[in-house]
Design a protein. Sequence first.
Lengths: 169, 133
Amino acid sequence: MTWKLVIHGGCGAMRPENVTAEQEELARAGLNLALDAGEAILASGGAALDAVEAAARALEENPAFNAGRGSVLTADGHVELDAAIMDGSDRRAGAVAGMRTTRAPIAAARAAMEHSPHVLLTYEGADRFAAEQGIEQVDNRWFVTPERQAQLDRIMAAGGKFDTDIKYG
Amino acid sequence: TIGAVACDSRGHVAAATSTGGLTAKRWGRIGDSPLIGAGTYADDRAGAVSATGLGESFIRAVAAHELCAQIRIGGEGLRAALDAVLADVGALGGTGGLIAVGPNGESAWGFTTPGMYRASAGPEGRQVAIYAE
């Protein structure tokens, strides 16, 4: 049996003419770092579940992508984080939604799967559960980058309709 | 939104998705990523799937589970099931992308937006891409 890892960093209106060479390079480097994290596990016979968590964590920490640090902003200027993980061997699953202070959303989703009787935990309760599980808590501003703030400012100045065209996600 | 799907050397699959949602969202809006079966799903009988795009359409299409069901019940191949689900999402008015891997190590990706940050690794090597080929 062979191993395989596939990742995405989101889709949207990116075209060669609207993505700078530097943004493209940062994204490619981030994707390769995430592959490094997952491949190290799979190539040494490790579990798919551990590999997808490791790859997702690498992407959450990378401000080039809309997850964790570098997430887009809600209309009132803060970050809300959602994540889910699922193990195909027994269809266990864990998910979190609307979190604001948990640094590693995918780790919280996995903790929900492995250390709670539930699948989906939300908002303050999800952050409280993650904190009880020892998952690092940070101020919501830690997730905010100047680029995402500028994107929100542009959308709000244009009337504030959420980003249905996925220009920024 | 970011996502990862994997098949390990024992033929087990897994999926992970994480997101900040959509810019300027309000009212506690949640998209497909944390909804098991919509933006994230994994089943050794079919495959593992992670989605990105306009979440409302992926929720209504129950996209990740539907892709697995077309394989498990419909006997579809991974590529055909992924393309069919993306077309269904489009029929519901949404655009976005999917990545998927099967328990045999087969993989596929597709997207209906101008670009998708995507990459894959296996014993045969790596691929990293952004725009439509």
